[in-house]
Design a protein around this ligand. Structure first.
Ligand code: ATP
Length: 311
């Protein structure tokens, strides 16, 4: 992946209000070209709303989204022409075969040839079943057909909302394999949402975490932190060993008490500053221990506040 390439998607100060409720709050985020990008958040955090705006099903209240530099506000047609998406359930005619469904969509997309249909069918591994009726397909096969359809016009960006929902482990593995192949072999950027961190960890190069409509973290999973978290600003998680855990918790925003210690996520500089303040207040700190958390632990810690539901 070329890390210097211009981002495929740029969210800039995107806010969505419905009535008096702010669903998405000032989202600014870059999606690098050619990666599998995970959009992770608990239920109700705003993933679907963001995706609906990204694929043009809903307009932001303020802010803008650019797709390959084209604004969805001022150049909607050009911006959206670069996107293929499955949002909610893909519309399929169950009484027709997979192939007939693809032909139907191909007729609506200029320039899609029979060769292209064969290519996408092959790519998603639907070959043996494409001449069968969709009514006989498993959920996984319907989803492959949905992805094949979304890829027909060679989009630069493929957007999938919670694509692993309802798939069995084998289906999830296959989906993961072909999404990764799509980004690696064809340079297509894949934007995929989920509330399941374990899947994101295996599937994605980068994960953005959203909670309560706000971006809380962006993490590059196979190496250095992204631009959102420069090395000096990177948050680390540490355990303050102390017999006054509540006092430490009261001092450090976003921390939580666990047994006789307090777990906090902060930059290195802030951890040193908090420690100095604790010493000044006469709180005995016996140790500050870096925690090697799994992304799962970090995700739970980041989304702990506000009593959100995890499943
Ligand atoms: N049309 C609407 N009117 C009022 N509130 C809405 C509307 N659409 C979404 N919301 C609220 O916005 C918040 C975010 O919803 P959204 O569906 O984007 O979240 P999500 O992260 O996709 O969650 P899930 O995984 O459960 O679908 C939720 O609290 C939801 O109730």
């Amino acid at each position: 992946m070329d890390r210097l390439a211009a981002p495929v998607v740029q969210f800039r100060g995107v806010t969505k209000k419905i009535g008096s409720k702010t669903i998405i709050d000032n989202l600014t985020l870059d999606v690098p070209a050619g990666c599998v990008f995970g959009f992770l958040g608990p239920n109700g955090s705003g993933k679907t709303t963001t995706i609906r705006m990204l694929v043009g099903l809903m307009s932001p209240t303020s802010g803008d989204i650019r797709i390959e530099g084209q604004s969805i506000r001022t150049h909607f047609e050009q911006a959206i022409s670069k996107v293929g998406a499955i949002v909610e359930n893909p519309e399929m005619y169950k009484y027709m075969t997979g192939y007939q469904n693809l032909m139907h969509y191909a007729r609506m997309s200029p320039g899609v040839t029979k060769e292209r249909i064969a290519e996408v069918v092959d790519f998603v591994g639907l070959g043996g079943r494409v001449r069968d009726r969709v009514s006989t397909y498993s959920l996984g096969m319907r989803q492959r057909l949905g992805v094949a359809q979304a890829l027909l016009h060679r989009p630069r960006l493929l957007v999938l909302d919670e694509p692993t929902n309802g798939l069995d482990p084998q289906g999830i593995r296959e989906l993961r394999d072909y999404l990764r192949a799509l980004s690696r072999e064809q340079g297509t950027t894949v934007f995929v949402s989920s509330h399941l961190l374990s899947e994101m960890e295996l599937m994605c190069d980068t994960v953005a975490v959203i909670n309560g409509g706000r971006l809380v973290d962006v993490r590059h999973l196979h190496g250095q932190p992204t631009a959102h978290t420069s090395a000096t600003e990177e948050l680390i998680t540490v355990r303050f060993e102390t017999d006054q855990a509540e006092t430490v918790h009261a001092l450090i925003p976003g921390s939580y008490v666990e047994g006789s210690s307090c777990v906090a996520r902060a930059t290195r500089a802030d951890i040193a500053r908090f420690n100095a303040q604790l010493v000044q207040q006469g709180v005995a700190v016996y140790g500050i221990i870096p925690m090697r958390q799994t992304l799962e632990d970090q995700f739970l810690a980041m989304t702990r506040e506000g009593g959100v539901r995890h499943d």
